[in-house]
Every structure is written in C-alpha cells, then in structure tokens.
Design a protein around this ligand. Structure first.
Ligand code: URA
Length: 240
C-alpha cells in the first residue's frame, strides 16, 4: 500500500505533515536515491527515504491500547500545550501517534501506533470497523427519535446508519444513557447525530473498537495489544 511521502515522513516521526512538505519543497528529501522536490509522490514500505542525506530509520511496529481520559488531546503535539495522548504513554520509546481521534472531552478506547499500515486499516472508512460509544444525552429521546437514528441520519451529506442504538437507562426526563455502534469515524460524529434529534451529548465514552474493549482498565492506563487482538482487528478489514 502506498502513501504520500509527507504522510510517511510524519508517521516516521520526522516532522509534522506540513513541515515535511516544506522539507520536500526545499529539496532535502530523496526517495531511493533520487531527489524529490514535488509534493504528491507516493511511497511504500520498501522505498528508502533519506532526509538531509540520512536514511529514515524504520522502527519495529508497536500497537498500544490507551484508556484516554477526558481533558487530553488526541494528537502528538498541542500548540496550546495541553496534555496529549502521547504524553500519557510514558516510557514508550517508539514514535507512536493516535489511530484516529477522540475529542478532548471524550474518554475511552484509543489505539496508538507507529505502524502506518495498521493506522490506515483501522481508520479508512472503507474497512468499516465498528466503534461503540456510550453517550449521556440531554433529555430522554423518544422511541420515534431513536427510530429516526436507526433508519439513518444525514450528516454533512452522507447517511449514517448505526448498527445499533439503544437507551440503556434514564434519569426522569433529565438525561438518558444511550449505547450506539457505528462504522463512521468522522469528527464529532456522535455529537452530531444526537444534535440532529435535539438531545445534545453531555458526556461521551468510546467503549469498543471492533470487539476490543477496555476490560477493567482505568482512565490513563495503557497496554500493548496482543498479537491475536491485532490479528482480529485486521481480519475484519481483510474481509472487506
Ligand atoms: N464522536 C464524537 O462526537 N466525539 C468523539 O470523540 C468520537 C466520536
């Protein structure tokens, strides 16, 4: 699978994607010994990339599962100097980055890796990996509002049809806890779904990616994925 040169450079921890583009335009990057000064080139795993004459070293691929707490940003660096998910993976020496993202105030399961192929397979919409969320929403959706979500809701021009939506509890008329399983990974998708039926999300947690859950982990805990867990996730994508 090939990917844009600047994306691979960013994945390999050279610099951000934008800075990597600048480095390419400045003529600092070679691919298989040939100077590449234009954006848009695609490379794959077997291509040798050099920056300033130094080959990019490829790290062993690693895969982690993090229980992201609230008030942590899903990126490698933050301009506002907020804590990032990478800061939480103390003592991890590989240049890992989050696979997809969770909002600053969303908690739950987040995968972290330095493996660009894995990242692609998990995040690309065509592979349709399911994600299960539990949302605390304002008010209690009526059965017909839940049906409206089940039938599919148009968000930014595409129809989102969840695999499952269910109210699991409610507190008088104030709030409901709703579990929802979807394939899509668009930004703020769950919040947008509930906004459409006028029940804004007050709190959100991602419980599962595919069949992978948090077990008895606590916010801030992380662990290496086991080989069978990686294989199980990739098997879902290989069937698509
Ligand atoms: N949907 C959202 O609205 N927020 C998240 O963090 C993830 C999915």
């Amino acid at each position: 699978m090939s990917e844009r040169l600047q994306k691979v450079m960013a994945h390999d921890g050279i610099a951000s994607r934008r800075k990597s583009e600048e480095m390419i335009l400045e003529g600092r990057v070679k691919v298989n010994g040939v100077l590449c000064k234009e954006l848009g080139m695609k490379v794959n795993n077997s291509d040798q990339i050099e920056v300033d004459g130094v080959p990019i070293s490829k790290e062993e691929p690693v895969h982690y599962l993090l229980y992201k707490p609230r008030r942590v940003i899903s990126s490698v660096k933050d301009e506002k100097k907020r804590k990032t998910v990478v800061d939480l993976l103390e003592d991890v020496e590989e240049r890992v980055y989050p696979v997809g993202r969770l909002d600053y105030n969303t908690s739950g399961i987040l995968l972290m890796t330095n493996d660009g192929d894995f990242d692609y397979q998990i995040t690309h919409p065509k592979f349709k990996i399911t994600k299960t969320y539990v949302a605390k929403v304002e008010g209690v959706p009526t059965p017909s509002e839940i049906k409206q979500i089940q039938k599919g809701i148009i968000i930014e021009g595409s129809k989102i049809v969840p695999e499952n939506v269910k109210i699991i509890s409610h507190n008088d008329k104030k709030n409901a806890i709703v579990r929802l399983t979807i394939h899509e990974g668009k930004n703020h998708i769950v919040k947008k779904i509930f906004e459409t039926i006028n029940h804004p999300v007050e709190k959100l947690k991602r419980e599962k990616i595919g069949n992978l859950g948090l077990g008895n982990m606590q916010p801030g805990d992380f662990r290496r994925l086991k080989k069978f867990e990686i294989d199980d996730l990739l098997e879902i994508t290989n069937k698509k």
